[in-house]
Design a binder for this molecule. Structure first.
Ligand code: NAD
Length: 370
């Protein structure tokens, strides 16, 4: 097989990708990859990841995830993703981001947003160069999705629908969160307002557990002051791995990919897992959870709050409208997926992929076929 044929074999299927573009600008040192996966539903929307080790495979998987997430959320957008090969702490960051913007100027099927290693300031630089980016600072018309906790807000709407499907009452339910960041922190706050009791939380530096409940505001304040959840006074300090084993009803992974795996899946005590992070469980672990009767709401259904917010911003909507749309769309999708699980015996992942793929295929059916 020639290398070219191999590349096609590796990536192409009935959905995409439409474009895999290598971007190289020797004068700035820019090396980047853009994958536009599918644009049947509209121009592709997806984040720009900056990392020294980002690969074409990773960008492709993330672009496909965006196709499903955007279609699943009923947004008029396809899926795309970009990866800039560089250390996000590089002193050349602004130059690289601006060079990236110039390199994608004519690739108008893609609208960039923030992702790991980039933020709203980076999006402002891109917007300044080419007039096209989402996740912008408020001062230039953006809806700052992390500041308003868009994804955590959506996870809470998702939990309200999912809890009854596994016989849980949210009020009084015990919660563990892996990763108290831009997703985990607002999820903890919004769920506490519903009476959920946070019993364990972690970040990259460690974890804290209290079966009687952690004080969410005090925990967030302690992390802000000391840089770590272990700065919280009270509770028991546990390892990051032990967080997955604590007695709880709901688990929200909100940090690393594949943190739920064959090695820890049987120790998980939660009855409901809401996937805040992208791809937080291996396929085998997800299958095992389904076998054990643990209800898992897949990432691209549960964590779509951020991209719904970005889409509302792109179309000129307000923060209020963004929050309304996040709640409405996530409630509807979670209900549809979990009904298919209950009534048709599907795994949640299979039901979610079917929901999203049907929408992409319906949109593809409206395009000219050569
Ligand atoms: P973030 O950087 O704001 O927060 C991540 C948190 O996880 C930090 O507190 C970090 O200390 C912690 N962490 C890192 N490694 C850890 C480990 N090994 N164990 C426990 N905690 C660890 O990132 P974020 O924006 O909250 O994103 C988290 C995940 O959610 C990512 O997978 C991201 O792709 C996904 N996601 C984010 C959004 C969003 O709106 N920000 C939307 C959808 C999906």
């Amino acid at each position: 097989m020639t290398p070219d044929a191999f590349e096609f074999e590796r990536f192409c299927d009935d959905l995409g990708p439409a474009q895999v573009v290598h971007l190289h600008d020797p004068s700035s040192g820019l090396r980047a990859v853009l994958v536009v996966d599918n644009v049947a539903c509209g121009v592709s929307l997806g984040g720009v990841r900056m990392a020294a080790d980002v690969s074409v495979d990773e960008v492709f998987r993330l672009a496909r995830a965006m196709t499903l997430k955007n279609a699943g959320a009923g947004l008029p957008h396809g899926g795309g993703k970009a990866g800039i090969l560089a250390d996000p702490k590089s002193s050349d960051r602004e130059r690289l981001i601006r060079a990236f913007a110039c390199a994608i100027r004519t690739l108008t099927d893609y609208v960039p947003g923030p992702d790991m290693g980039t933020d709203e300031t980076c999006m402002a630089w891109i917007h300044d160069e080419i007039g096209r980016a989402v996740g912008l600072p408020r001062v230039i018309g953006g809806i700052p999705l992390d500041e308003i906790g868009a994804t955590g807000f959506g996870l809470t709407a998702c939990a309200e629908v999912a809890a009854p499907f596994c016989g849980l009452e949210l009020s009084g339910a015990r919660l563990a969160i892996e990763g108290l960041g831009n997703v985990g922190r607002p999820a903890a706050r919004f769920l506490a307002e519903k009476g959920v009791v946070l019993v364990a939380a972690s970040d990259s530096t460690g974890a804290v557990h209290d079966s009687e409940g952690l004080d969410v505001d005090a925990l967030i304040a302690a992390k802000a002051a000391s840089g770590s959840v272990t700065g919280y006074e009270g509770g028991e300090k546990i390892s990051n791995e032990a967080l997955f084993e604590v007695p709880c009803d709901i688990l929200i992974p909100a940090a690393r990919p594949d943190c739920i795996h064959e090695g820890n899946v049987d120790a998980i005590q939660a009855r409901l897992i809401i996937q805040g992070a992208n791809i937080p469980a291996t396929a085998a672990a997800e299958a095992r959870l389904h076998e054990r009767g643990v209800l898992v709401v897949p990432d691209f259904i549960a964590n779509a709050g951020g991209v719904i917010c970005a889409s509302v911003e792109f179309h000129g909507g307000s923060e209020v409208s963004a929050l309304e749309q996040i709640a409405a769309k996530i409630v509807k999708n979670t209900r549809e997926v979990l009904r298919a699980v209950r009534d048709e015996g599907f795994s949640p992942r299979k039901a979610a992929v079917r929901l999203a793929q049907r929408r992409v295929e319906a949109a593809m059916g409206l395009r000219r076929a050569f």
